[in-house]
Every structure is written in structure tokens, then in C-alpha cells.
Design a protein around this ligand. Structure first.
Ligand code: FMN
Length: 218
């Protein structure tokens, strides 16, 4: 069982990386071999709309052809059993690097002739982790369930299935007195102390589940 894990935050020890570490730990507990990639340490772009992956000839590539740091990792996706992606929310979306990953990962498998049928040759599960500043009560009123639901559906349609988990009201600064904020460090700490370990436990369980779901040959 091989899993690729992607940290879509520029912060290598931030909330998303911590959630991802817990998911990785859970997957390893259940025997998976996990490789971690920090997207912000890599040089790559999003889809460049070359449409090489939509050509109707024998040279049609099976993964994105754009040559950069991401390309060899996309090659590996053909052989692995699960994927975990963790991203902070930036402006009500995934981070730019995470969006770029999802475009390059999914678009070659999108079947332009029959959207209900993916070109990916197998079905594998994806774990999708979001961390965000807003409290959970604002998640639906702000439409995040719709936006992130679309990303979840895209990953599920092209790769197999997708499970999404969240961490809300995360801490951004070590010292809130030194930065602009609409809250205090005490309030953030109180919330984190009572909730973040539960969020991390959910991430660990997600990793455990991903490591036990067998990839299905379609
Ligand atoms: C550029 C930027 C934009 C952000 N936009 C949002 C947002 O739209 N909604 C939200 O809930 N949090 C937003 N945040 C807060 C982060 O999503 C949150 O603090 C997250 O947990 C940070 O994750 P990290 O520690 O892994 O980097 C934003 C943070 C940054 C730096």
C-alpha cells in the first residue's frame, strides 16, 4: 500500500502540515508507505491548457506532459493506492499551489467525450484536509461547503472517491499581540486547546482508513 501526501501550505509546520502529519501517522500505523511532498518547496505551474492530454492519437499521454517538479510525481500516481492532500483556505479556496496540483492531477483523466467516465485506469481513495480561520458555524453560510464540495467531487470523479475533513478557527500567529487580528491570542488558544487535538485525531483516522481501502481495478 503506497500513499502520496501533499502539503499545500507554504508553512511547513503550520495547521495543514500538522493535520497531514497525523494522517500520515495513521496511514503508517496501518502499514502504508507514505511519501510526503511540500508543494511550496517545488517549482511547478497549474495546467497550461496545451490539450496534449486530449489528443486523439496513439501518443496521447497518460499523465500531464508539462515538464517540471510535479511531472514525475504525477507519473507515480498511476501506481499508488491513495492520495492525501492538505490545504489551508486562502480567499475561500484552496491555496494556489493546491489548485495547480489538482488541475495537473485531474485534467488528464477528465474524459471530455463522456464526463461520467474517467480515463484513470483504477479507482483510488483521496483524503482532502482543509484548515481555515473561520469557525465551523460560518462554513455553510459562506458557501464553503459548495466550493469545497466541488473540489471533492472532482477528485472523486477522476480518481475514485474522496473524503473531506476540516479544522476550523485555526491559529495563525504565535503571538496575537504583535499582529492585526479581530480576536485575541487567549481566545484562539482556548479554542485550539479544546478542538485541535480532535481535528488531528480525525486526520489520523482518515489516514488509517485510506491505508486499509484496497484500490479497485475498474
Ligand atoms: C492569504 C491568506 C488568505 C486566507 N483566506 C482565508 C479565508 O478565505 N477563509 C478562512 O477561513 N481562512 C483564511 N485564511 C486563514 C488560513 O486558512 C488558516 O489560518 C489556515 O489554517 C492556515 O494554514 P497553515 O497553518 O497550514 O498555513 C487565509 C490565510 C492567508 C495567509
Amino acid at each position: 500500500m503506497k500513499i502520496l501526501a501533499f502539503n499545500g501550505s507554504p508553512r511547513l509546520k503550520g495547521n495543514s502540515a500538522t493535520m497531514l502529519d497525523n494522517a500520515i501517522q495513521g496511514a503508517r500505523e496501518n502499514g502504508a508507505e507514505v511519501e510526503l511532498f511540500n508543494l511550496y518547496t517545488m517549482q511547478f505551474s497549474g495546467c497550461i491548457s496545451c490539450f496534449a492530454c486530449k489528443r486523439l492519437n496513439k501518443e496521447r499521454p497518460i499523465v500531464c506532459v508539462v515538464k517540471d517538479d510535479l511531472q514525475p510525481i504525477l507519473e507515480k500516481v498511476r501506481e499508488i493506492d491513495a492520495i492525501i492532500i492538505a490545504t489551508p483556505v486562502y480567499y475561500s479556496s484552496e491555496t494556489a499551489a493546491t489548485r495547480a496540483l489538482i488541475e495537473r492531477l485531474c485534467f488528464p483523466y477528465l474524459n471530455y467525450a463522456d464526463y461520467s467516465n474517467s480515463h484513470f485506469p483504477r479507482k483510488i481513495p483521496v483524503g482532502l484536509i482543509y484548515t481555515m480561520n473561520i469557525p465551523s458555524e460560518q462554513f455553510e453560510p459562506l458557501g464553503y461547503n459548495i466550493t469545497f464540495g466541488r473540489t471533492k467531487d472532482t477528485l472523486a470523479r477522476e480518481l475514485g472517491s474522496c473524503t473531506m475533513i476540516l479544522a476550523n478557527n485555526t491559529t495563525q500567529y504565535n503571538d496575537y499581540s504583535k499582529y492585526e487580528a479581530n480576536t485575541t491570542g487567549e481566545a484562539k488558544k482556548a479554542y485550539r486547546d479544546t478542538h485541535f487535538s480532535d481535528d488531528c485525531r480525525k486526520a489520523q483516522q482518515l489516514g488509517q482508513q485510506l491505508a486499509t481501502v484496497k484500490s479497485l481495478i475498474s
